[in-house]
Design a protein around this ligand. Structure first.
Ligand code: ADE
Length: 449
């Protein structure tokens, strides 16, 4: 039987009293599956006042925990050859996650949790711990609450602590995914029901639905976890089913972007009418790079759709074949995120078709804003356009391929956006670079300083 021993170095052992007697942790202690021992640095103070803190060298506010009392408390826990794994809880540590907790439970029998207190700790203590960990980007009065979080999260992974071994398995963050939604009686509550599949009794369908929910929730709520998650072929297939049904429902792929400025924003890559190098109006060929990269940018900035405008049937078919490969074929199984991005692409024959499609979805004709690399009178700036986003009127941004959109399109558009310019005379950005820069200027999240 695995027993996990915690040793908590704290000046306030009494904080843990009711925590260690209550609920699952209390049961785990009673069942002998975990043990928790308190070690008080004050017991290692040598002066008659049992001093544990002192003022900082160099001056400054507050008191610091003294190195000798903490280090000696930590070292007292080792027993002969037994050198325990030592974790210092501090807001300056690495952010704790489920993977780290799992590693501790599997890798250690004895875990030392050192709780900082007061305004800080003599820096030299760090040489006597194995790692520094924070439980979140906020400052607690000390490490005790953080240590409780570690004991709580770790003990539920000790075999036998949770009644049903499977329940630790499906939980949030296990396997890098959030948990699926759960429901219990009553079946209807304040007009809200329970998903039909959960009442179907079809175990296989329920399992599939739950896995799908975990994937979609993680994708929509926690981009950080989603980026790190490795989608298996089965997961990619489950996800592509969801994407297709979201599309059929006319829903945004990311439900939580529905109310932002991006939800009514569209982009179109125009292959006709555009200029060639000699100023003639031509139809350009589509490229795989533009298809993928602008789809990825559109997805990143939460655009509703990305229109590829070409009147040539052979080019439309080519676009559909590429999209099919990544959305339904081998590509979808191999790369679910690419399928998600490409699901936003719509192939249309004319700009007018794109405008009509948006009007049908949004119930309002979009404001059409053309882009160009040239300066001309009356262009709207990025700030001006940003201010117009998020209102009632949808926006369609037109990007020209080749040597740019025809004069006729510029004249017919509601507005023409200022060119993107660098500090040099050279101005030959690829259309996909321009798309990314424009989207970031209009919709990018700016760090606060
Ligand atoms: N001590 C104070 N704040 C803390 C935090 N966020 N995580 C771990 N220990 C802490």
């Amino acid at each position: 039987m695995k027993i996990l021993h915690f040793h908590i170095v704290t000046l306030f052992p009494e904080i843990f009293d009711s925590f260690l007697r209550t609920s699952l942790v209390g049961k785990a202690v009673t069942a002998g599956l975990i043990s928790v021992e308190m070690v008080n640095p004050r017991d290692f103070a040598v002066d008659k006042h049992r001093t544990v803190d002192d003022t900082p060298f160099g001056g400054g506010e507050g008191m610091l925990l003294k190195a000798p009392v903490v280090v000696e408390a930590i070292e007292s826990i080792d027993d002969g050859d037994r050198r325990c794994h030592r974790v210092l809880l501090t807001p300056q540590g690495r952010l704790l996650d489920q993977r780290q907790v799992t590693r501790w439970v599997h890798g250690s029998k004895h875990l030392v949790l050192v709780c900082g207190r007061y305004e800080g700790l003599d820096e030299r203590v760090l040489a006597f711990v194995d790692e520094e960990v924070s439980v979140g980007d906020f400052v607690l009065n000390g490490g005790e609450v953080a240590a409780m979080a570690v004991v709580d999260a770790a003990s539920r992974l000790v075999p036998g602590v949770l009644g049903n071994a499977a329940s630790a398995h499906n939980e949030t963050h296990q396997g890098g995914l959030l948990e699926y939604p759960q429901f219990t009686r009553p079946r209807a509550y304040r007009g809200k029901g329970v998903p039909e599949v959960l009442l179907s009794g079809d175990h296989q369908r329920i399992q599939r639905w739950r896995r799908q929910q975990r994937l979609v929730r993680t994708r929509d709520r926690r981009p950080d976890l989603w980026r790190a998650f490795r989608c298996s072929a089965d997961d990619a297939e489950l996800l592509s089913e969801v994407i297709t049904s979201e599309e059929n429902d006319g829903k945004q792929t990311r439900p939580n972007s529905g109310s932002t400025a991006t939800s009514g924003t569209y982009i179109a890559l125009v292959h006709h009418p555009v200029y060639d190098r000699d100023g003639r109006i031509v139809t350009t060929a589509l490229t795989n790079l533009d298809l993928h990269d602008i789809a990825r940018a559109s997805c990143t900035y939460g655009l509703a759709s990305y229109f590829v405008v070409t009147p040539l049937q052979s080019q439309q078919e080519l676009a559909q074949r590429i999209l099919g490969h990544w959305q339904k074929g081998h590509g979808a199984r191999y790369h679910a995120r690419r399928a998600e991005a490409l699901s936003r692409v719509r192939v249309v024959a004319t700009i007018q078709n794109a405008v009509e499609s948006i009007a049908e979805t949004e119930g309002r004709t979009p404001m059409v804003v053309a882009t160009t690399a040239a300066r001309r009178q009356g262009q709207i700036g990025f700030e001006g356009l940003t201010r117009m986003l998020g209102g009632d009127q949808p926006l369609l941004l037109l990007l020209g391929t080749g040597w740019g959109l025809s004069q006729e399109i510029l004249d017919q558009s509601d507005k023409v956006l200022c060119p993107i310019e660098g500090p040099t005379h050279y101005n030959h950005l690829s259309v996909r670079c321009a798309a990314a820069i424009i989207l970031d200027r209009l919709l990018g999240v700016r760090e606060e300083h």
